[in-house]
Design a protein. Sequence first.
Length: 272
Amino acid sequence: MALYAIGDLQGCLDPLERLLDALAFDPARDRLWFVGDLVNRGPDSLGCLRFVKSLGSSATVVLGNHDFHLLCVAEGVQKTRRRDTLGAVLAAPDRDELLDWLRHRPLMHVEGAFALVHAGLLPGWTVPRARELAGEVEATLQGDRWRPFLAALYGNEPDRWDDGLAGIDRLRVIVNAMTRLRLCAPDGAMNHGYGGEPGERASGIPWFEMPGRASATHTIVCGHWSVLGLKLAPRLIALDTGCVWGQSLTAVRLGDRRLWQVGCAGAGAPED
């Protein structure tokens, strides 16, 4: 059995199929981890959702910011954006089944020495603590109050963690950290002003370089930051290699860090 982690799909089904062919992936034998952002900006968000869902227990998916955006647009609490490619999902006859499946994906997954999350973790969070906090979001998103939660989710404040946070403020910080985080201020606050675009001034410290980061006990597997690209460090595997922007889709075998990449046609220039 092999365990592979795969970077952000964002609606790019053809590169995924070619990548799995290169891996000689067998769903009866192997497992896949997806870092989130299955949908949006690419040409086949509907196909990506259907395909990954069809993999059943051989695929583990964590939620990314574009996945949350799809759920919010579907519920009418957010408007579509100019570069969104979600129309086919919203019009699909199986949309409700697909959206319900997506809503029941975890925000974070921990297994052995690895932790899977879309964007990153705040510096004061240990992996067990982060997993507990992710569970709070998952219980809300999968429970009876998921619609009011999505309606109040968007926003940049609070921009830092406090154990005394409650209600939507608490849940928003957890979601923002795990699906949007790139840079932190020296005091640990999230820098939401940096979109990760080429040439944009990066004011802050990459979350994984924060001094004393409590989650450094595990190897964090993540995506979200296409300008950062592939980054392999002793406690980090970052896999957003910009497939949707015409670069590549990357897989890494977690057991030995062997890499596979396929080229992508792309859909535009990097954007949050």
